[in-house]
Structures are given as C-alpha cells and as structure tokens.
Design a binder for this molecule. Structure first.
Ligand SMILES: Nc1nc2c(c(=O)[nH]1)N[C@H]1C(S)=C(S)[C@@H](COP(=O)(O)O)O[C@H]1N2
Ligand SMILES: [Mo]
Length: 358
C-alpha cells in the first residue's frame, strides 16, 4: 500500500472511495440499532445486481454431502437472530501519519445491526465437513482487481475458529431484506471479527484441505511494519469507545459548541476480544480520566454497550473530549496510534474539540 507524505491532503482517488463507502455519522451512536441507511459501508469493487430467483448458495469441497440451496430454501430453515457491532479494519486509517492510501476512515466505519438468517454451523454440519479440511472459504459474486490481481472477493476461516459457531448467513438486516449494498441476497456475518471477514453477496462455501492464499487473505489485512514484513493476520476487533459529539457542529469544521453548564455525554463501546468492562472519559485530551456509567449490552455479547457520563466544564473555553474502553481481557485503547503499512485497527482514543460558550 502507498503512503501519503505527512501533511499532504486527501487525493481524488481517496475522495472517490470515501464518497462510495460512507461512514456512520457519529450522532447515530444515539441509536442502539443503527438504521440500515446510517450503517457504514465498505465495498471493494461494484455492488452486484443479483436475481434472487436464480441465485443459489453452493456448499462444496471437502464435504460428505454437497448442498445447493435457493434463497427460499434458506428462508424455510429455522432462523437465528444476532445483534452485531461491525467495524471496518481500516477504521482510523486517515489519522495515521504517514497516511496509508486507501479508504480514508476517521472513526465512523462502524454500525450495529440485527442480522437474521441461517446459523452457519447448522449448514456446515448438514454438509458434513471432512476431518482433513483445514479451512472454510467464502466466495462472493463481486469481482475486480486489487493489488493488480483479478479476483472474486474471498475470505477464509480455519475450521477450528470459534467464530464459526457464532456466524450467521444473513438474509435480513434490521427486519428487512438485505439492501443491495449490504450483500443481497445473502451475506456472512462473523461476530467479533473486523468486517472484511463478513463476506457479502455470498455464493459459495468451500471446505478446503489447503489454507487459502488469495489476495484478501495473505496480501491485504495483515499487520506489517514495512513492505518486507510478512506480518500477522488482522482478526478480531480491538476495543473502542466513541462518544456522540455533544452540542451543535460548525458546518465546515464540525467543531462542537455547547452552552455553559453540565453536559450529558453518551456513546457506545465494544471489543471483539472480550466484553467491554470499563469506559473512561477525559475533558483535557487524555491527561485525567473519570469513569462513565456502562449499560448492559443489547442482549448480545457481540453488540456495543451504551455509556453515559456527566461533564461539568470549569468555565468557557475550548476543550478536547476523549473516551476509552477497557475489555475483560485487559485490552485498553492507546492514546497514540500504532502505525502499520495497511493502516489497520487504529483504535487510538477519539478526540472531539468542544467550545463551551460564555
Ligand atoms: N463480497 C464482499 N464482501 C465484503 C466486502 C466486499 O468488498 N465484497 N467488504 C468487506 C469489508 S472490508 C467490510 S468492512 C464489510 C462491510 O460491510 P457493510 O458494508 O455491510 O458495512 O464487508 C466485507 N465484506
Ligand atoms: Mo473493511
């Protein structure tokens, strides 16, 4: 991946990606379930147009009983529902210095949806994965060129990956059929993992005896110190808390203004590694912190938790608000970004400039 020199502006190519792949406006953190049109989007190639009447899901490879299922056949099976917070692995990329040139996310590549569909494990069990299979490969209908390599979008998971037991083959998002941009007619949702694993426009599930060596697995989505470093795979979502920016924004800079007096702060926090246990808030750019009140999750381990805190500014002036999450495994957000070539998983604490009026 290329880098943009320190201080250089966003290029037209980055703008083109950002205009196609929108984020969740942070005021939407006030919704427990993100309305579908406000959920972030990340689409590598083109949104395919799929005829649901002829579409089929194939389950093949190292299986005892290959399956070929229509959408109606999938819908007639017992349904599962899972509320899941999804985040793009590139979230926070544009805040790195130098900036890896790709989709330039700030902090908004997030959303929480209620996904309904077929439990992945039940389908794998029905097909009967042979014991010599080491991975399950998920193949999508969208095609394009990435890193110079022509490809269909594909990702795999190891057969011993615990997330296979939590994954949903979803045909509904928030009680409606999947919108085209979110993977109609069927997508994989892998709770706890960064979004790249949740393959949209799914057409084939293949049990394989060899690890998948395609572009989206071995070239992209790896933490690398430099281009020569083979790196390690990007997998589960690191902890993050975000606050719904308080007060009102300036149109152009989006800096916030609030009247003098106590300010009710709220936001959401999540981690794919372990449940979030603590959220702290700072009004001095991370020098001092106090604890926020954490609410229950939405009945799903994989959904974000709402938090609230009261802020009492000592007087008029400009402040920098931050929040940070700690999960049950002791993972905590860093104050400063940790750089890597692809610009993945930058969960450094958010900074929101707020002016308290006179
Ligand atoms: N087929 C396909 N699946 C895909 C992608 C894609 O480009 N093609 N993008 C992935 C990435 S990088 C992310 S972050 C999520 C985004 O899902 P959303 O657009 O529904 O929020 O989808 C993943 N699944
Ligand atoms: Mo992503």
């Amino acid at each position: 991946m290329m880098e943009a020199a320190t201080g250089s502006g966003i290029s037209l190519e980055e703008l083109q990606l950002a205009a196609r792949n929108h984020g969740m406006p942070l005021e939407a953190l006030r919704h427990a379930i993100t309305p579908a049109g406000l959920h972030y989007l990340l689409i590598h190639f083109d949104v395919p147009v799929v005829d649901a009447a002829t579409w089929r899901l194939e389950v093949d490879g190292e299986v005892e009983r290959p399956l070929s299922l229509s959408l109606d056949e999938l819908r007639r099976r017992p349904a599962v529902e899972r509320t899941v917070t999804m985040e793009c692995a590139g979230n926070g990329r544009a805040l790195l210095d130098p900036r890896p040139v790709s989709q330039p996310w700030l902090a908004e590549a997030i959303g929480t949806a209620m996904w309904r569909g077929v439990d992945l494990r039940s389908l794998l069990d029905e097909a009967g994965i042979r014991t010599d299979a080491v991975e399950i490969l998920f193949t999508a209908l969208d095609r394009g060129i990435d890193g110079g390599i022509p490809q269909a979008y594909q990702r795999s998971l190891r057969t011993d990956e615990p997330a296979l037991d939590d994954a949903v083959l979803a045909y509904e998002m928030n009680d409606a059929p999947l919108p085209p941009q979110h993977g109609f007619p069927l997508r994989l949702v892998v709770p706890g993992w960064y979004g790249m694993t949740s393959v949209k426009w799914l057409t084939q599930i293949t049990a394989a005896v060899q690890p998948f060596a395609g572009y989206q697995q071995v070239d992209a989505y790896r933490f690398r110190r430099d281009e020569a470093d083979p790196g390690v795979p990007v997998t589960r979502i690191l902890p993050r808390a975000l606050l719904a920016p308080p007060g009102v924004p300036d149109f152009f800079t989006r800096e916030r203004s609030v009247p003098l007096g106590p300010v009710a702060l709220e936001g959401r926090a999540w981690s794919g590694l372990a449940p979030v246990e603590r959220v702290e808030v700072s009004a001095d750019g991370g020098e001092t912190w106090w604890d926020a009140t954490l609410e229950d999750d939405l009945g799903s381990r994989w959904a974000w938790r709402r938090w609230t805190a009261e802020w009492r500014p000592s007087g008029p002036g400009r402040y920098v608000l931050s929040c940070r999450a700690t999960d049950a495994a002791g993972n905590v957000q860093p104050l400063e970004p940790v750089w890597n070539v692809g610009g993945y998983a930058n969960n450094a604490v958010q900074r929101v400039a707020v002016t308290v009026a006179h």
